[in-house]
Design a protein around this ligand. Sequence first.
Ligand SMILES: C[S@@+](CC[C@H](N)C(=O)[O-])C[C@H]1O[C@@H](n2cnc3c(N)ncnc32)[C@H](O)[C@@H]1O
Length: 510
Amino acid sequence: MDDVQHAYPIFLDLHGQACLVVGGGRVADRRVRRLIDSGARVTLVSPRATRVIRQLHERGELTYVARAYLRGDLAGHNLVLLATDDESVHEQVFQDRLDEGRPILINDAMRPTRGDFTVPALHREGALSVAVSTGGLMPRLAAAVSAEVGRLFGQTAAALLRRYRTWKTTVMPRHRSGAGAVRALRRAVDQRLLEAFRSGDLARVATTLERAEKLSLLEGKHTRPGSAPPPRPGPSQAGTVYLVGAGPGDPGLLTIKGREVLRSAGAVVYDRLIDAAVLELAPPWAELAPVGKAPGRQCMSQEAINQRLKELAGSHEVVVRLKGGDPFLLGRGGEEADFLQAEGIPYEVVPGVSAAVAVPAYAGIPLTHRAWASSVAISTAHPVCADGTPRPIAVPEADTLVYLMGLGNLPAVVEALRSEGKTPDTPVAVVSMGTTVNQQVVTAPLEAIVEEVRRAGLRPPAVIVVGEVVRFADRLRWFRSGGAEAFPVDETSPAKGRTTPKATESARAG
Ligand SMILES: C[S@@+](CC[C@H](N)C(=O)[O-])C[C@H]1O[C@@H](n2cnc3c(N)ncnc32)[C@H](O)[C@@H]1O
């Protein structure tokens, strides 16, 4: 990590504030224009000044004092920008500040580290300001980055902000509901607008706002003061169902988009394995509907889950269907999307980090490696037909095989692998409760894995990984909350360098 002391970035409101600029060259010229743009009252002191500065003075936009800096010039100013090429003048100003004995913020263009603040590179478009700093290290790079960000997003963001300002100032005040409901409405609108913005489609931004305006007026008529529930669509409208992947366990693996959708949820339909920290992101009034399988409890049927989604979409603007890992990977997300499509209910998919890749990664197992594996196949260890009848476990032709839903079916997985020709010494890993503080990893050759897993007492959920890459688990043990058990390695193994074959004793690191 870079050893950088970051400055605290702020945007100052300088409207009507008296600011002093010392110096009259090109740097002062740039500084002055930005200060005027921010509404500051500027006095500039310098024996010489650029043509632009003199013109600004003539137009009454600043006060130009055509002489060298004098000690008394600091009086009445709380912000000073030094932009001369005379070191002694700058030193004099710092000395005078001490004598003044009051806080005056100084920027020193000659030696940025001596001053109290630096001036970032800026791209401005409408209400949008993109300020970039390299900590004074490479101002040209900062300018290039802010300009590039502005080029990529500036126009759309500025257009969105223009429309949003109108919405906030004209439509929101007509809203008669309580402050909580207004906040919730704003959040829901923000969420949709951000998504429209990300699509880069100005027309979508416009239609999203139009819809928000209509909805807002509707809500304003019907909600009572003091009530705090989030906005609900009318009978003819359907809310949108977001099929969101929550990742495999570590709440940090939720995507930014997933988090934003959750924050505006009116209802959350979630699986049992979802971490409480993820659920807490939903607003306090959001309806929480658990539908996952819990020990000793009957699992809700897919049909019942679909009906619940439909029902909630009729009464909430944003419904989040929160699923473990990725919604479209062995998670029935496809079936739910298919149902919503058939019912004409708007839906969007927010992909998640799948257990199939994240759990091996947290166990130090790279699913591919140029020297050892160039293909991966992900399968269920519990395959069933659409009518629920079991199907044979697949053994695809890939260098690395990943099985989900396999702990209870481990002997059958081993049997399938053996009958498809995998040798008894094929490396296998079983990772239980991956990416969480309870992660446990057991590695063993195919012939011993069932016994080792039984001995370690692993609990579901677990991912099974088969292939040479499993040998890395011992060497790449980076996740300290879990433990990888050592797999015997030989000279030609990918984990070359480890020499002591260890028994498979439990090795949970703290
Ligand atoms: C119904 S599948 C859903 C998979 C999910 N859609 C995904 O992309 O991760 C559930 C299986 O994912 C695996 N799984 C989910 N979370 C896990 C975790 N934290 N540790 C190990 N395996 C996990 C297990 O194999 C579990 O049986």
